[in-house]
Design a protein around this ligand. Structure first.
Ligand code: ZN
Length: 164
């Protein structure tokens, strides 16, 4: 599960073409992955005719955002927003670019609240479980990545940051 930070900039999606997974047992799939898009006739021959995704073309098309975005795991997004002092639901929300800049400055200049380790990571004598741990350093790394995203969208004229 993850949270994506984006902006209020109008997004004209970029078309993306990829080989459909129904072709993955055919040579054409790995050829595409290694050397770039394959010939439509070759991809069609490799496709499963009843494939729901590509309708038998062997090529899957969709649009991805053309704008800068930042995607974080839920726990990292929550820790970032807490460090920035943003008191909103971390699943979705909205802030101005000015609020975001104040949040970055705040996160760098206040003691960052580090969430407690999950109880299962401290069980003694049990199997060793390794989970992602959130530390002050890992939160500051997310603050840096957030600031890079923020600079990129504000240079393009964004006024608001949204996340969901
Ligand atoms: Zn397919």
């Amino acid at each position: 599960m993850s949270v994506t930070f984006s902006s209020d900039l109008p997004d004209q999606g970029l078309p993306v073409m990829e080989p459909c997974l129904c072709t993955q047992m055919d040579e054409s799939f790995s050829q595409w992955v290694q050397y770039g898009p394959g010939e439509p006739s070759v991809m069609r021959a490799a496709a499963a005719q009843g494939c729901y995704t590509c309708k038998g073309t062997g090529i899957e098309g969709y649009e991805r955002s053309a704008l800068p975005e930042l995607n974080l795991a839920n726990a990292n997004a929550e820790a970032l927003l807490n460090a920035m002092g943003i008191k909103q639901d971390y699943y979705h929300g909205e802030m101005s670019v000015a609020e975001a800049r104040r949040g970055v400055v705040r996160a760098r200049n206040t003691r960052i609240p580090v969430p407690p380790k999950p109880a299962w990571s401290q069980v003694f004598g049990g199997p060793r479980l390794i989970g992602g741990e959130i530390t002050e350093e890992s939160i500051l790394e997310r603050v840096n990545r957030f600031e890079n995203f923020l600079n990129a969208v504000s240079e393009l004229g964004a006024k608001k940051i949204t996340w969901y």
